[in-house]
Design a protein around this ligand. Structure first.
Ligand code: NAD
Length: 336
């Protein structure tokens, strides 16, 4: 079984390059979303604890099984810990044999950004130029990178309630050739936006975006509302927009649409990717991509990383599953 640490993931992605990695990941996500019916899917298992949530996200098809362990504790940065931390495993479905165990804090940021940009490729105006980020924490630079490879972005507008998070974002963005505009509040940040990503962390119903702030039709990529009782977007916006979600059953529990009646229904992303439904800001007005993070996205990034790790011989083979001649003689492991 191969084990991948942070340095292994950094090595693999730097070998491929960010741009190619995002493009491979988007292709892998599209392939997997297109095989929607072949997956055994369920909403993630969530343990709600004081100040956060700890979740297990399993999924499988005939070939591979994967799960991610992930938390969401919005106040963790006050103790110098990440809000979101994750690890994950990939196994062979037919035997259950584990193939890979890996860090997934970085991989979650990559897969979330790739998923956002992939959805936007279908849902946003083709010539989107202005991206707004509300929340400039851990996910923010990854969001910028993924979108920058899909759209000809000219400006990033951003706001965070924590000025230090905005300082950090500015420092990291210096290396990129893009106009960045620091804003005093969300209202200022969304002015002229073609795409708005909301990626705030707060364990409550908060209203980062209200209907009166939205001046023109826009794609709202809502990724921070991802837990019961944790939303970011004014109910009025969700009600009046065309909504696309990842997996309706999970999203009704965790997404922005938890604010709507329980019989509410909307398009799922796979239908758009397969061309069964065509939804775009230009034809439908404001579109909300209600993204909570679905296990299929982790499956995609795990299967891609496993392939890259094999090809590049990266990672450590670790003795986590016994290797013995007589597999009924487990006790022999204790005999020498
Ligand atoms: P983070 O804690 O690093 O950053 C969140 C930022 O939001 C912080 O800087 C905080 O100051 C800011 N913030 C909080 N309330 C705000 C408000 N009202 N207005 C503006 N800024 C505000 O967290 P992160 O890792 O960047 O994750 C951001 C959110 O995205 C979390 O809620 C997390 O659960 C969610 N997330 C979703 C997915 C997905 O697939 N949908 C994946 C990863 C993370």
């Amino acid at each position: 079984m191969v084990v991948l640490e942070i340095d292994d993931i950094k090595e693999l992605i730097s070998k491929v390059g960010y741009k190619d990695f995002f493009s491979m990941l988007i292709k892998t996500l599209e392939e997997d979303y297109s095989k929607w019916e072949s997956f055994d899917k369920s909403p993630r298992v969530a343990n709600h604890v004081d100040g956060g949530v700890i979740e297990l996200m399993p999924i499988s098809n005939d070939e591979l099984y994967s799960f991610k362990y992930v938390n969401g504790h919005p106040k963790n940065p006050e103790q110098d810990k990440f809000t979101v931390m994750a690890t994950g495993q990939l196994s062979v479905t037919s035997t259950g044999e584990p193939l890979m165990f890996t860090e997934m804090t970085l991989l979650t940021a990559f897969r979330t950004a790739a998923n956002s940009a992939m959805a936007a490729k279908y849902l946003a105006k083709k010539d989107s130029k202005v991206l707004t980020l509300i929340g400039t924490g851990s996910q923010s630079e990854f969001q910028y990178l993924a979108f920058s490879y899909v759209f000809g972005l000219e400006e990033i507008r951003y706001f965070d309630t924590d000025p230090k998070a905005m300082d950090k974002f500015e420092k990291n963005m210096k290396q990129y050739d893009i106009k960045i505009t620091r804003c005093n509040d969300s209202r200022e940040a969304v002015k002229g936006a073609d795409i708005i990503t909301t990626c705030t962390a707060d364990k409550r119903y908060q209203t980062v975006l209200t209907a009166d702030m939205i001046e023109k039709d826009v794609l709202i990529n809502g990724i921070g509302g991802d837990c019961p009782g944790k939303t970011e977007i004014d109910k009025k916006i969700v009600e009046s927009s065309t909504v696309v979600c990842e997996f309706l059953e999970q999203c009704k529990i965790e997404g922005e649409i938890q604010q709507l009646p329980s019989d509410y229904t909307c398009t799922e992303l796979y239908e758009v990717i397969r061309g069964e439904k065509s939804i775009n800001v230009e034809t439908h007005g404001t579109v909300v991509f209600d993204s909570v993070g679905f296990a299929l996205e982790d499956y995609s990034v795990l299967r891609l990383i496993y392939k890259l790790a094999q090809e590049n011989k990266v990672g450590k083979q670790m003795n986590l599953i016994p290797q013995i001649d007589d597999v009924k003689d487990l006790f022999s492991l204790l005999q020498d």
